[in-house]
Design a protein around this ligand. Structure first.
Ligand code: T1G
Length: 697
């Protein structure tokens, strides 16, 4: 008997139990164990029905993703499914937790499915660049019809047990939370009522009714609009359509072909890298997993502007009360009005009920007085990027806040240690850098100061999880990880325009790689004055920041979307960037002033200079220990700036391009373009000389 799958009989029921933590993934051992247990169940004359149940937190959560890319060891998943489905004795799947991917497919190969009310089911393969490759695309539509199957398979979203019952996936949903008991009762009924081994593959009326349906083109058209760059979703549609056009066995062959195409796609490699990268980022080296985490049951936020308001919403969304502090009542009123408008918009889209809007608004308590912060567990400062103001605020917090309160700054570039030095408790000071819009973007860069304590690090990483953010712990330097690389890209993009490219040409190259927005459209969104102020601050501090045509935009009051003109112009009420001849003239004048003779610049040069300068900076960030792993940098860019997850993140993408090729280009640009940003990273040079990649670190 395998140690991960056991068989024993209880009365007339042969119980097959999977025990393979953490999520009962269908590893080779589990697949082999299931076959062995099924064999025992068939041979056990006293067993009139079989029950498949899992121990631990969840029913099978899918194929074992860690096995992908390695040779598949027999038995394969389809062999297991066939053995279940061809059992003479009825097999019942009892589902708790999340039956996902191959897990749901195992349940669909069973003859009956029962679940506890808290269970969820889904086929999330498409999020990994795949499609359900063990019969999901052929069996699901036989139960739900093509439309519901397409919805589930092309989005990968989980649905509740009740929705699954309504859709025909589950036979029963029980209030009782004891999955073992629920399964036994249901299996007992199957035996008592003499129910047959009802094979899903034999249910053909729904797929016959969907043959030739327009729903397939409808989904393809919608996908072309929503995710044109993706590969797998379109293959999902093909596979479900095959279920309506071919018999089951032919349909399975078609599913296998389409699955293989997805498996071989570079997008699968990128998406699976991103899946594990996100989970790795939650693990902080040299921080033991049992480091105590402080309670965070109330939060104080300073600043009710765009960032402060968005940050407040994150906490209210998960029921944590927030004091929102401003200096003046009208700023408070304005901030609360923006928050309310955001919630009302969600309610209009059906994402929130009006009651939930009021509930969340009630959790955000406006205040003009620091006294309200005397008992909060966490304070997040989200005011102007001005070190003087921040140090004054932290000095005030040091006086007002209770012992043990965590004092965090949402600063996007400034020195956490300098801020911490303004208090008597630097071990409680940390950076919590949210990304705009803070109530939408999933990334939270938690910035460790030199003196930040382990407890505080563990606590802010836990807070990230609680407020449904992807937390990445980063070191303290100018721009931390994301913005430090972004500023390099921005400077290079600006220089490329100085030299002859147009802003829209640069943006087009970046969106062509898969970024949701180009460099300059993003500057218009964030506000041209933001970058301008940072450059002015750095010039004041004596840094050699060359003059830029972007400065001229700011000096002429072209601040971006908020003034309906920046790098682009914006027609009334529209957020669509439109190239503006005014700006072309301004750039032309600037080139003349600077004595620059413009040249035509290829898209390749634009891509290499914008991306390789980021990779070189990423390698320096790794060298300096600012990021623990290259995959952390990938997570920052996927969740903070929308870098396409199907490319795995910039560092993963760089390895696909080839670090040797990139290093050659970096060396070339160091000679031709010059500047510290092109000084080759020593780590990059070492890895290339050793024939290694970032993932070997
Ligand atoms: N394989 C291997 N390990 C997995 C895994 C999987 N499928 N799912 C999770 N883990 C690990 C994860 O890396 C982490 O490990 C731990 O479990 C807890 O995960 C043929 C081909 C189930 C909703 O896509 O969505 O089936 O870091 O931190 O937040 O058609 O994990 O502790 O060492 O995410 O509570 C389809 C992916 C596979 C489900 C739980 N299935 N997993 O979330 O915990 S493809 C999926 C999840 C497939 C077939 C195809 C979530 C979760 P560690 P966690 P969680």
């Amino acid at each position: 008997m395998s140690e991960v799958v056991s068989y024993n009989r209880e009365g007339a029921i042969g119980v097959i139990t999977v025990h393979y933590p953490p999520v009962n993934a269908l590893s080779h051992a589990v697949r082999a164990g299931l076959l062995e247990a099924l064999r025992q169940g068939q041979a056990d004359a006293e067993a009139k029905a079989l029950l498949l149940v899992c121990e631990g937190r969840t029913f099978i959560a899918g194929a074992d993703i860690r096995e992908f890319g390695k040779p598949m060891q027999e038995p394969g998943l389809v062999e297991v499914m066939d053995a279940i489905e061809n059992s003479e004795k009825p097999v019942v799947a009892a589902i708790h937790g999340t039956a996902l991917g191959g897990g749901l497919e195992v349940a669909l190969a069973c003859h009956y499915r029962v679940a506890v009310k808290s269970a969820k089911v889904g086929l999330p393969e498409v999020k990994l660049g795949l499609l359900p490759g063990a019969g999901g695309t052929q069996r699901l539509p036989r139960l739900t019809g093509a439309r519901k199957a397409l919805e589930m398979i092309t989005t990968g979203e989980f649905i509740s047990a009740y929705d699954a019952k309504a859709a025909g996936i589950l036979d029963e949903v029980r209030e009782d939370d004891d999955i073992g008991a629920v399964g036994m009762v249901f299996a007992g009924d199957v035996v008592a009522q003499g129910k047959p081994a009802r094979r899903v593959r034999d249910l053909s009326n729904k797929v016959q009714a969907d043959k030739g349906s327009a729903v397939f083109e409808e989904f393809r058209d919608a996908l072309k609009k929503k995710s044109p760059g993706l590969f797998a979703p379109f293959k999902c549609v093909d596979a479900v359509q095959a279920a309506t056009e071919l018999d089951f066995d032919e349909g399975m062959k078609r599913e296998r072909q389409l699955f293989q195409e997805c498996m071989e796609s570079p997008q699968r490699a990128g998406l699976i890298h991103a899946f594990f990268a996100e989970r790795e980022a939650a693990k902080i080296p040299d921080l033991s997993r049992d480091t105590p985490v402080r309670n965070v049951d109330s939060v104080g936020i300073i600043g009710a502007g765009t960032m402060g308001g968005g940050i407040a919403m994150n906490f209210a969304n998960v029921g944590i009360p927030v004091f929102l502090l401003e200096q003046k009542q009208d700023a408070l009123d304005k901030g609360l009005a923006v928050i309310r408008r955001n919630y009302e918009n969600s309610a209009k889209k059906g994402r929130l009920t009006q009651a939930q809007v009021e509930e969340r608004m009630a959790l955000i308590r406006p205040t003009l007085s620091y006294d309200d912060f005397s008992d909060v567990d966490l304070v997040i400062e989200a005011v102007f990027e001005d070190m003087g103001i921040k140090k004054q605020i932290f000095g005030q917090l040091d006086k007002v806040c209770k012992t043990g309160a965590i004092l965090a700054s949402n600063t996007s570039t400034l020195d956490i240690d300098e801020i911490a030095a303004a208090t008597s408790r630097p071990e409680d000071v940390v950076g919590m850098h949210f990304f705009s819009p803070a109530n939408v973007m999933k990334l939270l860069e938690n910035v460790r100061g030199a003196k930040t304590s382990d407890e505080v690090k563990a606590t802010v990483m836990n807070v990230a999880k609680r407020i449904r953010k992807v937390g990445v712990m980063v070191g303290n330097c100018y721009g931390f990880v994301g913005n430090r690389m972004l500023h390099r890209r921005g400077a290079e993009a600006t220089a490329l325009v100085n030299e002859g490219a147009s802003p829209q040409q640069v943006d087009k190259v970046l969106t062509g790689l898969g970024f949701p927005m180009g460099q300059f459209a993003m500057s218009d969104l964030a506000g041209i004055d933001v970058g301008y102020r940072i450059r002015q601050e750095r010039r004041k501090a004596g840094e050699d920041i060359p003059p830029s045509w972007m400065d001229k935009l700011a000096e002429q009051g072209r601040l971006g979307q908020k003034t309906q003109a920046g790098v682009y112009k914006y027609e009334d009420g529209s957020r669509k960037p439109v190239p503006d001849p005014e700006v072309d003239r301004l750039i032309e004048e600037f080139r003349q002033e600077q004595g620059i003779r413009p040249r035509s610049i290829s898209d390749d040069e634009i891509l290499e200079r914008c991306m390789y300068v980021m990779i070189n900076e990423g390698a320096k960030i790794l060298e300096e220990g600012i990021a623990y792993r290259s995959s952390d940098i990938d997570v920052v860019w996927i969740y903070g700036y929308g870098f396409p997850a199907y490319r795995g993140g910039p560092m993963f993408w760089a390895e696909q391009v080839g670090l040797d090729k990139i290093l050659d280009a970096v060396r070339n640009f160091h000679n031709t373009v010059g500047g510290d940003q092109w000084r080759p990273s020593e780590l990059l040079e070492r890895l290339v000389s050793e024939g290694k990649g970032f993932s070997d670190l």
